[in-house]
Ligand binder design. Structure first.
Ligand SMILES: Cc1cc2nc3c(=O)[nH]c(=O)nc-3n(C[C@H](O)[C@H](O)[C@H](O)COP(=O)(O)O)c2cc1C
Length: 372
């Protein structure tokens, strides 16, 4: 298959594998798709190590990096960012999270793991800049950003270095702003998607964005986990499919076994959009965590990045305990995932997922042609 996207980045198949696990990114790229590493979960040093490993694995084949660069962000003292942000978290919120962990009997985790404060601070404009500096020192072909237009300087720098710039959009007006900011690829992300997402469905959004993209490649995102869905995206005028959730059902994904098991049991009705992890609405698996935040008297989520700073330690404890089979933690355990979670029935290698989706998409397009 040749599309405007495969031509732009030089890949065989119009399928993108977005994931935070370097193993998924490398395997999707090696299978002829385009792997994109979600960089926001990493410190600059960790990102450098991950990209160095990917560079070795893919041996020159193209891949990209994705960063969350929120336009709206709680401000703090730039010279003392973490402490000044932490001071803005109300005591009542801290007490609520502490009480929730106690109620479910979540044990403490051993000290010594990487600081999640640092990762939350990496969402600041300055933090994102440090990650970008690392990304540009590797052989990336595309840099994607979400949660607003790319920061000043990113587009110019990318153009200078021959790196394509992509942006996730959830509404037509966002796409117009991205075009004005100079992005090369628009990712039309529908509400079905896992992670931060708006309210318009992929089926409605994709053709809207194609119509205003003025020939730029548009990738459809949200609700694509099979070749049939990929063929539908191409039929809507997309130049490819940007997939996130499906890789959570891959062997290379770094999520713990507890959450993978929950994903395999989930139906397409078992997700919700909630701001309680990041401060912005993000689709995730619905669990007792959300029931607690929605109960009468519970506090509202704080803005980004205060909410992730408030809850990241709690999530580390929940994830660790859930992985060890702790009953209370298993009730709370959740992660970002889209409505396609209902279609997960097995954990497979990422390369196999890539090849099967592409083969099924090609078959479906051939079958559709035969309808004429
Ligand atoms: C676990 C998970 C984490 C995500 N994190 C990010 C992120 O950091 N940056 C981003 O641009 N998109 C993020 N997304 C959204 C994906 O880039 C993608 O648009 C979305 O997953 C597509 O819909 P799907 O989940 O139905 O495949 C995330 C999605 C998932 C499932």
């Amino acid at each position: 298959m040749r599309t405007a996207f495969t031509e732009l980045v030089g890949v065989q198949h119009p399928i993108v594998g977005f994931n935070r696990s370097p193993g998924v990114v490398a395997e999707v790229t090696k299978a002829g798709g385009f792997g994109v590493l979600g960089a926001s979960a990493y410190t600059p040093e960790e990102l450098d190590a991950q990209l160095t490993w990917i560079d070795k694995q893919v041996a020159g084949k193209p891949y990209g990096v994705d960063l969350l660069v929120p336009e709206k962000f709680a401000t703090g003292d730039p010279d003392n960012l973490v402490a000044s942000l932490r001071a803005q978290i109300p005591r009542a919120h801290i007490a609520f999270v502490r009480g929730l962990l106690e109620k479910y009997g979540i044990p403490e985790t051993p000290p010594g793991l990487a600081s999640h404060d640092e990762i939350a601070a990496s969402l600041s404009p300055r933090g994102a800049q440090a990650l970008l500096d690392v990304a540009f020192s590797h052989r990336i072909s595309l840099v994607a950003s979400a949660l607003g237009t790319p920061p000043a300087g990113l587009v110019a720098r990318a153009k200078n270095e021959g790196v394509a710039v992509a942006a996730l959009v959830g509404q037509a007006k966002h796409a117009r702003r991205q075009i004005d900011a100079g992005v090369d690829v628009l990712i039309a992300q529908g509400t079905e998607a896992g992670g931060h997402t708006g309210t318009i469905a992929t089926m409605v959004l994709t053709p809207e964005i194609v119509d205003i993209a003025e020939g730029r490649p548009v990738l459809a995102a949200g609700g694509i986990a099979s070749g049939r869905q990929m063929a539908a995206a191409l039929a809507l005028g997309a130049a490819g499919a940007w997939c996130g959730s499906v890789w959570l059902s891959s062997e290379e994904d770094v999520a713990n076994q507890a959450i993978k098991t929950k994903f395999l049991a989930a139906t397409s009705s078992d997700t919700l959009r909630s701001p309680t992890r990041t401060g912005k609405p993000a689709r995730q698996l619905r669990t007792a965590w959300h029931d607690e935040w929605e109960a009468p008297g519970s506090p509202s989520a704080l803005p980004m990045p205060l909410q992730p700073m408030l809850v990241s330690e709690a999530w580390r404890r929940i994830d660790t305990a859930a992985d060890a089979g702790h009953e209370g933690a298993l009730r709370l355990e959740s992660f970002f995932v889209g409505q396609v979670v209902g279609s997960f029935d097995t954990i497979r290698p990422a390369a196999q997922i890539t090849r099967q989706m592409v083969a099924e998409c090609e078959q479906r397009i051939t079958e559709l042609g035969a309808l004429l």
